[in-house]
Ligand binder design. Structure first.
Ligand code: ATP
Length: 589
């Protein structure tokens, strides 16, 4: 594990809020001085006058004036602490907002492969749980970072002043020897907290994973009667989390008794010392107050230090995301295609999802799909069809070879421009929690209502949309749970139609539709302008009827290509076809 955590990123964020820190810090200094110096000073002066026989007679009004010093000190201390905490919290909220913003922003830029390697639960835990850990630590820092050092120095300064002014050099020595001893328990605890905090947050990630997976699979959990095993899985993680939390607690709560023991030892020694040296009550009381503030401030600083150690695990976990390489990146000065047309060429391409795979998941020697071609991609499951569709959109970069879009290597085209030029309907399209209209509009936010409706009609979706309680303004629910699978697919198709891009890729996009609806969509597809390149990935042969060209994929390669009669000469194609024909005739009974 990296022991030297680099906080420079956070310091630079903190620097942007330096004015707030400056106000908070100055107020903290005033509050610290008022406690550490003001209070013992007051005690010494007033106690001397009131409790000790100084031979002076004081007017009552003078005593009132002197007594009112204490409320004044506390008013100053109170106002200064308030300003200190308010401004520091302001600065800290800004810092946290910036960390969360950067984290989320980074997630938008990371390649899809990053998300495939990580669980969404752990990422959620980082975005929410770890930032809360950091928030707690920074709040602790905000509360104490500036007040306590000043209180400590003022209290210590007062003790030194007291010892020196009364020539009690022995006491001074005592302070010099005992105070640094307090560092040892603080460091011991801090070290333990640091190592455990990371494990604790990782376990929180695992816990979130189980939870997220369980919520995603509510139907499967019930259908397979998995409730008990799921509960056990969750309880296991819960117990593990609790174990780590208690390990943290074991160390975290050690600081206080250690510090208190040292503090009372100091007070006892001071007590003995004062008795022996005949120190007056006022001086002893003042010394007690100064000691209290010195030790109390040290205790708070220790807590703050340990809080930071505890948060350092969270800092490190967030760093792993912020430092992640953005592999599929735009080149410097990327090309923007002014009028993308949709000619695709694949040349000597080799691609594997895993970097050190023995066999590539997709290998294409040469393939050209000219503008306006309707091309079907067929083949057994896992043959590489979707992989090619994803590579066209640069969700991944191939290890070897290249893909050309309008004769330009797609790696030199601006990613957003490339993706604007391709409308893609994936196997399981995701709809966002918003209205039907908002979901269709994602494809082209500036489109008019008429255009949205035309796209919905083409996708054969208008009929069901109008039957919803609020038509186009109906809320679809999180991941459109209120819609049927076929309705979801139709909305995704409407989205793609609205995008009206030169290339349209449908990956099993009509698999959940009934034959009649599918036929209507095929009709709409056949009415697309002639210059649209259309790639249809499908298992159902009915879906690919309209394709002039068929690519048969097998084991990561294009086994053969041509029109339907040509392909029928291939064994594998014929087998796939015959199975389907047999299934269709069986279903007609
Ligand atoms: P289907 O018809 O079932 O959708 P497909 O022909 O579209 O199959 P692909 O999804 O392209 O197949 O998968 C090709 C190969 O790549 C398969 O062996 C699959 O296991 C592998 N693969 C697909 N996606 C990933 C991924 N994200 N990470 C690792 N391997 C993957």
């Amino acid at each position: 594990m990296n022991n030297t955590m680099d906080y420079s990123r956070y310091f630079s964020i903190a620097r942007q809020n330096y004015k707030l820190f400056l106000v908070g810090m100055s107020a903290g200094a005033v509050a610290g001085l008022a406690s550490g110096f003001g209070v013992p000073f007051f005690i010494q002066k007033v106690f001397k006058n009131i409790f000790e026989d100084t031979g002076n007679e004081y007017a009552f009004s003078y005593l009132i004036l002197v007594s009112s010093l204490l409320p004044v000190i506390f008013i100053v201390r109170g106002i200064a602490s308030y300003i200190n905490q308010y401004f520091l919290q302001w600065a800290i909220q800004n810092i946290l907002m910036e960390i969360r913003h950067r984290l989320f922003e980074k997630l938008q830029r990371l390649p899809i492969s990053f998300f495939e390697r990580r669980s969404s639960g752990d990422l959620m835990a980082k975005l929410v749980g770890d930032t809360i850990q950091i928030q707690e630590a920074i709040l602790l820092v905000a509360r104490d970072a500036f007040i306590q050092p000043f209180t400590f120095m003022a209290g210590l300064g007062y003790l030194i002043y007291l010892a020196a002014s009364q020539q009690q050099v022995g006491f001074l020595l005592l302070i010099v020897v005992i105070a640094p001893l307090m560092i040892f328990p603080i460091r011991y605890v801090g070290r333990h907290l640091k190592y455990r905090s990371r494990s604790l947050q990782e376990t929180l990630g695992e816990l979130s994973d189980v939870m997220a997976e369980n919520l995603r699979g509510v139907v499967e959990v019930r259908s397979f009667n998995m409730q008990d095993s799921e509960r056990n899985r969750f309880d296991d993680k819960l117990r593990k989390y609790n174990r780590f939390a208690m390990k943290m607690a074991k160390y975290y709560h050690m600081t206080q008794p250690f510090m208190e023991l040292l503090a009372v030892t100091m007070v006892s020694i001071a007590f003995l010392y004062s008795y022996q040296k005949g120190v007056g009550f006022s001086a002893f009381a003042a010394m007690g107050a100064a000691l209290f503030f010195t030790v109390d401030s040290l205790k708070r600083m220790a807590k703050m230090f340990n809080g930071l150690q505890r948060a350092s695990g969270s800092f490190e976990r967030i760093e792993t995301v912020l430092d992640e390489e953005e592999s599929v990146q735009d080149v410097e000065n990327p090309i923007i295609l002014e009028n993308p047309e949709g000619n695709l060429v694949v040349d000597k391409l080799k691609f594997s999802y895993m970097d050190n795979a023995e066999e590539p998941d997709l290998e294409v020697d040469y393939l050209e799909i000219p503008i306006g071609t309707t091309c079907a991609l067929v083949g057994p499951s896992g043959a590489g069809k979707s992989t090619l569709a994803k590579l066209f959109q640069r969700f991944y970069d191939p290890q070897d070879g290249q893909i050309l879009f309008d004769n330009t290597d797609i790696r030199s085209i601006k990613k957003s421009n490339l993706r604007e030029s391709i409308a893609f309907v994936p196997q399981s399209p995701v709809l966002f929690n918003g209205t039907v209209k908002e979901n269709i509009l994602l494809a082209r936010p500036g489109a008019s209502d008429d255009e949205v409706k035309a796209a919905a009609r083409k996708a054969h979706a208008e009929e069901f949309i109008l039957s919803l309680p609020e038509g186009y303004d109906s809320i679809v629910g999180e991941n459109a749970v209120r819609l049927s699978g076929g309705q979801r697919q139709r909305l995704a198709l409407a989205r793609a139609f609205l995008k009206d891009a030169p290339i349209l890729i449908l990956d099993e996009a009509t698999s959940a539709l009934d034959s009649e609806s599918e036929e209507k969509i095929q009709q709409a597809l056949s009415e697309l302008p002639e210059n649209r390149t259309l790639l249809i990935i499908a298992h159902r042969f009915a879906t690919i009827r309209m394709a002039k060209r068929i690519l048969l994929f097998d084991k990561g390669k294009i086994r053969c290509q041509g029109d339907f009669p040509t392909l029928l000469q291939d064994d594998l194609f014929r087998r796939l076809y015959e199975v389907q024909v047999a299934n269709i005739s069986a279903s007609e009974f």
